[in-house]
Design a protein around this ligand. Structure first.
Ligand code: DC
Length: 230
């Protein structure tokens, strides 16, 4: 049997609490937090800024060669993940709902997934990584030691997104956020390559009625070998 990798994967749709939970788990285990969505967001930003036609495979391929992405931690503890796009700090810009939608669109492009999967695996090679995204347990790290799949009702996920955006001082249209959440899910679940889905060996946790503390506890218990009651 192939050897397992010292990686924890946390996949699921947007708004299930993946980022906060992944950061907490990484922090309590002293692991590196790998936010794969931030990478797709940065690629989407670059292609948009350079008016690259995402239906033009050759143009996308050429543009990708000019993209360098680095992740860094903003602050200490479970601070947000920041992104350097060719050395420029784009951490704020990539977090808008529009940037999320563009990320979802470009994430269906094979060349984009190839480049980012390679980068993610390089980071994972060092071990001690909590990887968060859509395909980290199925495609990027199939041999990860621990895999989780978080899900929640779309209305609840959209409600959380609204609160998050409002906390940042943004004016939001709740109906539009729900519609964008549903559309992005559909894109992510139905694309041909590496769609969002639960790995066969992942533990599924529904976070609709569970708070961050409870979900983090369940994840940590499972990692430490205790039987998690989900
Ligand atoms: O996790 P997030 O909201 O930051 O991700 C933004 C988009 O990037 C998401 O809608 C789909 C894409 N993505 C992906 O295809 N694969 C991943 N492993 C992570 C994100």
């Amino acid at each position: 049997m192939s050897e397992k990798q010292n990686v924890i994967t946390i996949d699921g749709p947007s708004g299930v609490g993946k980022s906060t939970i992944s950061r907490k788990i990484a922090d309590s285990l002293g692991f590196t937090y790998l936010d794969t969505g931030a990478m797709y967001r940065a690629v989407g930003l670059y292609l948009g800024r350079h008016n690259v036609d995402i239906a033009d495979e050759k143009a996308v391929y050429a543009a990708l060669a000019a993209i360098r992405i680095e992740l860094f931690t903003i602050g200490t503890g479970f601070g947000d993940v920041g992104v350097l796009l060719n050395g420029e700090d784009v951490s704020q810009e990539i977090r808008s709902p529009e940037a999320a939608m563009v990320a979802s669109q470009v994430s269906a492009i094979p060349a984009v997934r190839e480049k980012l999967t390679r980068l993610q695996r390089t980071i994972g090679e060092q071990g001690g990584v909590v990887a968060e995204g859509r395909d980290t347990g199925t495609v990027v790290f199939p041999l990860a030691k621990h895999k989780f799949f978080l899900d929640a009702r779309p209305e609840e996920r959209a409600r959380r997104r609204v609160l998050q955006l409002q906390a940042r001082g943004e004016v939001v249209d709740e109906k539009q956020i729900l519609a964008m959440t549903i559309e992005r899910d559909k894109n992510d679940r139905e694309r041909a390559i590496a769609p969002l889905k639960q790995a066969g060996d992942a533990l599924a946790i529904d976070t609709t009625t569970r708070d961050i503390e409870e979900v983090s506890r369940l994840v940590l218990e499972a990692v430490k070998g205790k039987q998690a009651k989900v």
